[in-house]
Each structure stands twice: as C-alpha cells, then as structure tokens.
Design a binder for this molecule. Structure first.
Ligand code: BG6
Length: 481
C-alpha cells in the first residue's frame, strides 16, 4: 500500500455519483486516481461509480471509455488488464440533463438500485466535476429528488465534492454556499483546491510547526517579504471558453495563490483537527488588506500574453488577464507591514511554483555597502514544483584573501531523501473525501474571504486593459510596489 497508513477498521462501501463523467478532469485525473487507489489497496470495500452525463451511452460503452482513459492517462503501464476490466465493470452510465428534474428521479432510482444490493449499505459521494455555473441547479435538483440530507436510508453518509472555481465572485459564492448549505451540512461539503493535495504544500505546515528554529523568526520583526510565484510556460491550451470568462485572478490567485499565502501566514493551530487548521487559515484570509482605487496602481499589475486574443474561443477584444502580480498585506499582529507578493501567469518563461521568504538584513553589514545585504539576505525557499525542494540561503565568505560574501544554499530535495511518495493531489483528496477528512478542503468562510479579496482588486482595476507581455517573458515590464 502506498502513501499513508490505513486506520479504518472496516472496508468502506461507497458509491460515487460523478457529474461531468465525460469531461476532461474525470478522464485525466479522477478515473486513473481511483483505479490507482484501488490497486494500492486503499479502497478494499465494494464500490460503484455512476457516471452522469448528457450523452446517451450504454454501460458497456461508458466502461470502454473509462478503460481507455485510464490506460491513456495513468502514469505507469497497466500490468493486470483483467483487474482493470473488473474495476471498469463497477462503472454505470446515467444519462441526465442537468436542468430536467425527471432525470434526477431516474438517478435516484439508479442510486437506490446499485447501492441497495443485498447486505450492502453504501455511502454516497456526489462529485461535481462540472463548470461552476451548473453547481446550483444540480444541488437544487438533488434536493428535489430527495437525494440531499445527511444519511442514506440504510445509515450510510452522504457527501458532496465541488471543484473550483467555487463561484465567480463573492455574491455568486455566497449564493452557491446558501444553495448547497440548504441541502448538505458544512461537514458534508468538500470544496476542492487541488494545490492542498500537493505533498510540498502539505509540508509547509510540517516545516513550520515541527521545527523549533523557524517559528521564533516567522513574523514581521524578522521577515522582510514573502514572494509566491505560480508560473506556467504554456498558454490556456484548449480552455479558451472557460478561461476568457475567468481570468487569472479567479483561476489561480483566488484559490491556489491565497491558500499558499494562508499556509505561510497562519498561526499554529490548536491541534490538527480539520477545523482547527481551517480556523487559522480563515483568520489570515480575513486579515488581508483590500486593494482600493487609491492603492491599485501601486499594488496590482495585470497582463495578457501576446497572441491571447487569437486563441480559440477567446473574444477578439478580450480584456481578460493571463498574468497578475499583487502586493498583499496581512493586517494582523504577526505580519503588519510585510508584503506578500503573489505573481502568477500563463506563457511565462518557466513552469515554477515557489515561495521565497526573505529575512531582514542584520543590523550592521560589515562585509560591504548596506545595499549589498539583499545579495546575501537569508531566504527560505519552498519550491512546490517542478522539483520539490526546500533551500536555505545564507552568506558565506568567498575563498581568498579579501572578505567578499556570496550567497550559498543548503538544499533538501524530496527525491533524494524519500522514496517516490506516489500519491498525487487527486489520490490524496479523493481518499480524504471518502474518509471524511476535511483538513485540505476549503471551508465556506475561507471561500468567501478569498472572493472578497479578489472582488476588491477587480473592482479597483475597473475595465482597464491588462498590459501585453511577450510569450516566454516574466510578464509585463511594470512591477508592483
Ligand atoms: C488549475 C487551473 O486549477 O491549476 C489551471 O485552472 C492551472 O489554469 C492549474 O494550469 C495548475 O495546476 P498544477 O497542479 O499543474 O500547478
């Protein structure tokens, strides 16, 4: 078994009802991850997956499709085709028009049929792998068809997983929260941000709170700035329709960017219960200073890569940003005055996700002019991807007669220190959702605080055209601060 220890006493019997079963996410991530979890032995109970989609597929056609996607998108080769065939035989297709309530009654019958096999009480996980605009109508219809509530008739739990982006602004997120909240309790709702399933993101908590030497320095007295980069060296690929409606602030900063910031800035939690950790993150998000029309020019740079408007399904006069750099401030006792700079973009020079924490200079610099301190200033560099490393930078004497300091690095590399952990974010998060662990899912209050931050930026920017930047660069020439 890979990735984590098993603590469950009894095998979990479950049914997943997957909306968006013919979509890209299901094909690339969900089917291969589920299969792998079964192979690793994490899901030893009885399971079924009801794939819900608009297309009129027979169960057999759907199973073939699932099998082909697993073969196409699994990271390794599939050794045991017989086992894969068995896995796929647990898939059933349900044709459903998302707007049609009658179809939900048929879905309800199907669920009762497959989860009510003699002697079996199946838990039920709804998974919405659908565009955000459809989430409301789906949950409303689930409620109408009697599929809401906490438990199945036989006592099994019900849960719902919702993919990001969760809403498109604060208003729609609140509406969605109210809508879903009228059908499911918060403890049943799992809002995914796949960044929280990444090994190195989960390690931020461990790095900060399992070591004694960093925490005393982790505050405004010793840290000069924090820089978070989420850069990709490719464009929007074939997601023009989605992306042009969304833009980078909503696609990346609202969720991945602010969650990284919250992990760096949060207070130690009371314990490791999901809500203890989420309480602390929510407090950080709530403390982020809102960008205003007065501060926007200094605090925000938006960009659009050259040629974006010629991408498929993008408006020819699109004003959507594909790059954003924002100087955030967390107005609390620990962080007052420390800039948290987040920069993210498409079609940049490199694919890289990294957090750089730069410490204050020593009070006196004996080894050069005052400004030379930034050359060797201490840094902790948490690289999330592509190579997962943690580095500490400090100044060292360059060998030779004169005293010249150079920056040098102590580096920890995951690959060198641990065997391949194997688990990807979707393995981990799917398992967490099935096991009921909400620590790495976003709670309602955090979603809303994050949207308030993003709405303020968008409002302050107004309808201003983002600056054009060359493909393969580091974004617009103008910088924040
Ligand atoms: C998704 C965004 O949430 O994250 C994509 O919608 C982005 O635009 C992707 O490319 C990045 O994820 P990762 O795990 O490849 O860094």
């Amino acid at each position: 078994m890979k990735g984590r220890e098993h603590v469950r006493d009894e095998p979990l019997n479950f049914t997943i009802v997957l909306f968006g079963a013919n979509g890209d996410l299901a094909a690339r991530k969900l089917y291969p991850s589920l299969y792998q979890l079964v192979l690793w032995g994490h899901l030893p109970g009885a399971y079924r997956i009801l794939g819900v989609g608009r297309r009129d597929l027979t169960h057999e056609e759907f199973r073939r499709q699932v099998r082909d996607k697993i073969i196409m998108f699994s990271s390794g080769t599939i050794d045991d085709m017989e086992h894969l065939e068995y896995f796929c035989s647990r898939f059933f297709h349900v044709r459903l028009d998302i707007e049609r309530i009658e179809d939900y009654y048929s879905l309800q019958k199907e669920i009762m049929h497959v989860s009510g096999e003699p002697g079996l009480c199946s838990h039920l996980l709804f998974y919405l792998s659908t565009p955000p605009s459809l989430a409301s109508v789906i949950v409303r219809n689930l409620r109408e068809a009697g599929l809401g509530g906490k438990h199945m008739e036989c006592g099994g739990w019900r849960r719902i997983v919702v993919e990001k982006p969760y809403g498109t602004d604060l208003r729609s997120a609140k509406e969605l929260n109210a809508e879903i909240g009228s059908v499911f309790g918060e403890e049943q709702i799992f809002r995914i941000d796949h960044y929280l399933g990444k090994e190195t993101v989960q390690n931020i908590l461990v790095f900060r709170f399992s070591n004694g030497i960093f925490e005393p320095l982790w505050n405004r007295h010793h840290i000069a700035r924090v820089e978070i980069t989420i850069a990709e060296n490719f464009g929007i690929r074939d997601r023009g329709a989605f992306y042009d409606q969304t833009g980078l602030l909503r696609d990346i900063i609202q969720n991945h960017g602010l969650q990284l910031l919250a992990s760096i800035a949060m207070e130690p939690p009371v314990d490791l219960a999901a809500d203890s950790v989420r309480d602390e993150k929510a407090k950080v998000l709530r403390s982020i200073r809102r960008v205003s029309p007065q501060s926007v020019e200094r605090a925000v740079v938006l960009g659009q890569y050259e040629g974006y408007r010629a991408e498929r399904q993008v408006a020819q006069d699109s004003m959507t940003e594909t790059f954003a750099a924002v100087d955030f401030f967390v107005d609390n006792w620990r962080w007052k005055g420390v800039p948290f700079f987040i920069r993210a973009g498409k079609n940049l020079a490199e694919t890289l996700t990294e957090i750089v924490i730069t410490f204050a200079c020593p009070p006196q610099n004996f080894f050069g002019p005052p400004e030379s301190c930034s050359y060797t200033a201490n840094q902790v560099i948490l690289r999330i991807q592509p190579e997962e490393t943690i580095a500490i930078r400090f100044g060292a004497k360059r060998p030779g007669e004169s005293v010249i300091t150079d920056p040098v690095y102590m580096r920890f590399n995951y690959r060198d220190s641990f065997a391949d952990p194997g688990m990807t974010p979707y393995h981990r998060l799917l398992l967490d959702a099935l096991e009921g662990n909400q620590m790495n899912f976003i709670r309602q209050d955090s979603v809303e605080y994050s949207w308030a931050v993003i709405d303020a930026i968008r409002e302050a920017v107004g309808g201003k055209m983002p600056e054009i930047y060359p493909v393969g660069s580091w974004g617009p020439s103008r910088t924040v601060g």
